[in-house]
Design a binder for this molecule. Structure first.
Ligand code: FES
Length: 481
C-alpha cells in the first residue's frame, strides 16, 4: 500500500505551461517515454520554481505533506479553457481516442480478451473492477528468497512495458474463495533489470500473502494496477548520501532503489541499515552483500540482527531508537562528504521501527522533510463489510460538471465513477495513500482500516476507493470549490 506520509496529499499543483507541453508530448509519443518526459517535467519545474524563489515541498511528511504536480494523465489542456459542458464532452472524447491509440500502439490489452480458464486457476480478477484500471500480468518465474518470501518475475500479457520508478508498488487484485482482496506489493527490481519483480513475504494470518507464496506458480496470471506510489528518490542535481533503513520485507522498495541508484546515479552513495530476526530471514542478503563489496565506495550495509548465528559481523538487536541512534553515531551516517547535500533518509518496515527511525534522526537534527516513509497497512476482511442490497444513486460533483452514477452494491464509488467515464484521482485503490480523498455526504460507508485521519473524517472527507453507497449520496472533488 501506499505511504501514510502521502495521506494528506489531495492538494495538487495547478498545471502550468510545462505540464501542458509534457502532456501533449506524452499523448503522441510511445508510452515507454512517459516516465522520462514526466521526470524531465518535474526537473524543469523544480528549476523554474527555484529561479522564481518558490520553494515547494519536495518531500512528504506527516508535518509537511508534499504538493505534487497534477499527474500527466490528468491534464487536459483544452479542458482548462473550454466552457464546462464542452469540457465534459472533450474529456470523454479524449479518453476514447487515447484508448484507441494505445491499442493501436500495442500499449494495452484489447478490451475483449479471450479467457483461458485453465490459466486462471489460482488467481482471478475481481469482477467488479473496471478493466480500464487493471492490467493482466503473467508470472514468468518464482524465486525462493527465504523460507517465507518469494520473488515473482512478471510480464504484462499485452506486451506493454511495465514502467515504474524505484520505490513504487503494484496493487494486486486477488480473489480467494470468491472473495476479492487488494494488496500492495513493492517492486523489488531495478529499472535496469530486464524483468519487473515483486517480492512477497508470507505474514502470519495473511490470507493474500500466504496464497501468493504457497499457490502462485510460473504461468499463473495476476490482475493488478499501478505501478503507483510516491516513495521514490527525489531528483537532485548534486552529490548526496541516501540513508536507507529497512526492516524485514520492507527491503523490497529499498532494494529496488539500491539497485537502481548503483546502476544509474553515480553521484549518490548509499548506506543501508537492515533489520532482521536472523540471517536466514534476510531477503536479498547475499545479493546486497555482493553489491556492497562491488561498490564499496558508494554502498555499505549495517545488518541489525536479533538472533545472529555469528557474532561480530552484525549489530545484535532490533532496530529500535537506541540501536538506530548507535548506528548513526558509530557509522557517521550524518557526516556529509565534501560537496554532498545533507543526508536524505528513506525507511520502510514495521510501524514501530519507522517511528524509531524518525525519532532517532530528528533528535540528531534531521528535518522531518528529509525523512521519507513507506507505510503499508492491510485492509480488513471484505467478508464483514456492510453492503447495500440494490444499486444506489451517487451524485458526483467534479470540475467537469455534475453527474449521477449508479453504484452497485459490490462496487466502490471510485470503481463506479471510472467505469462510467468520470475522472476521479486515485493511486493505491486500497485506502492507503489518500490520493482519492474527496468530500462525501449522504449514506456512505468506508472499508476499514484506511489512512483517513479522524480530523479528516470530521471535516467530511472520504476515500472514494474504499467508499461504498448504502443509500443516496454526494461526492465532491476539491477543485469544484
Ligand atoms: S487511498 Fe489510495 S487511492 Fe484511495
Amino acid at each position: 500500500m501506499a505511504a501514510a506520509a502521502a495521506r494528506d496529499r489531495v492538494k495538487r499543483r495547478a498545471p502550468g505551461a510545462l505540464d501542458l507541453a509534457a502532456s501533449a508530448l506524452v499523448s503522441v509519443l510511445p508510452r515507454r517515454l512517459e516516465p522520462a518526459i514526466s521526470q524531465a517535467r518535474l526537473d524543469a519545474r523544480m528549476l523554474v520554481d527555484g529561479l522564481r524563489g518558490e520553494r515547494v515541498p519536495a518531500f512528504s511528511t506527516h508535518a509537511s505533506p508534499a504538493i505534487p504536480p497534477t499527474p500527466l494523465g490528468d491534464i487536459h489542456p483544452l479542458e482548462l479553457v473550454l466552457p464546462r459542458p464542452l469540457a465534459e464532452r472533450y474529456v470523454s472524447m479524449r479518453r476514447d481516442v487515447s484508448m484507441v491509440l494505445r491499442e493501436l500502439r500495442g500499449d494495452r490489452a484489447p478490451h475483449l480478451i479471450r479467457r483461458d480458464r485453465a490459466r486462471e486457476r489460482s488467481v482471478v480478477a475481481a469482477t467488479t473492477i473496471p478493466t480500464v484500471l487493471t492490467r493482466t500480468l503473467e508470472v514468468v518465474r518464482v524465486v525462493e528468497e527465504t523460507a517465507d518470501a518469494r520473488t515473482f518475475v512478471l510480464r504484462d500479457v499485452s506486451g506493454a512495458a511495465l514502467d515504474f520508478t524505484p520505490g513504487q508498488f503494484l496493487t494486486l487484485h486477488v480473489a480467494i474463495d470468491g472473495v476479492s482482496y487488494r494488496r500492495a506489493y513493492s517492486i523489488s527490481s531495478s529499472t535496469s533489470d530486464r524483468a519487473v519483480c515483486i517480492t512477497v513475504k508470507r505474514i502470519a494470518g495473511g490470507r493474500v500473502s500466504s496464497h501468493l507464496v504457497e499457490h502462485v506458480r510460473a504461468g499463473d496470471r495476476l490482475t493488478a494496477h499501478g505501478p503507483s506510489g510516491s516513495f521514490v528518490v527525489p531528483s537532485s542535481v548534486g552529490a548526496r548520501h541516501l540513508v536507507l533503513v529497512a526492516g524485514g520485507s520492507g527491503i523490497t522498495p529499498i532494494a529496488s532503489i539500491v539497485r537502481d541508484v548503483l546502476a544509474n546515479d553515480p553521484r549518490s552513495r548509499l548506506t543501508l541499515v537492515y533489520g532482521n530476526r536472523s540471517e536466514a530471514d534476510t531477503i536479498f542478503g547475499d545479493e546486497l552483500d555482493a553489491l556492497a563489496r562491488t561498490h564499496a565506495e558508494r554502498f555499505s550495509i549495517v545488518h541489525v540482527v536479533e538472533h545472529p548465528a555469528r557474532d561480530g559481523r552484525h549489530v545484535r538487536g532490533i532496530p529500535d531508537r537506541e540501536t538506530i541512534g548507535r548506528v548513526i553515531e558509530e557509522h557517521a551516517l550524518l557526516v556529509a562528504r565534501e560537496g554532498e547535500e545533507p543526508a536524505l533518509v528513506m525507511t520502510c518496515g514495521p510501524g514501530p521501527m519507522m517511528t524509531a527511525v524518525r525519532h532517532a534522526f530528528t533528535a540528531r537534527g534531521v528535518p522531518d522533510a528529509r525523512i521519507l516513509e513507506e507505510r503499508f497497512l492491510s485492509p480488513g476482511d471484505p467478508r464483514g463489510r456492510a453492503r447495500a442490497t440494490a444499486p444506489q444513486l451517487v451524485t458526483l460533483r467534479t470540475r467537469a460538471g455534475v453527474r449521477d452514477v449508479e453504484v452497485d452494491p459490490d462496487q466502490t464509488v471510485l470503481e463506479a465513477a471510472l467505469a462510467r467515464g468520470v475522472t476521479l484521482p486515485f493511486s493505491c485503490q486500497m485506502g492507503g495513500c489518500g490520493a482519492c480523498r474527496v468530500r462525501g455526504s449522504g449514506e456512505l460507508v468506508m472499508d476499514e482500516p484506511n489512512c483517513l485521519s479522524e480530523a479528516e473524517r470530521r471535516e467530511g472527507y472520504v476515500l472514494s476507493c474504499v467508499c461504498r453507497a448504502l443509500g443516496p449520496a454526494t461526492i465532491e472533488t476539491g477543485d469544484t470549490r
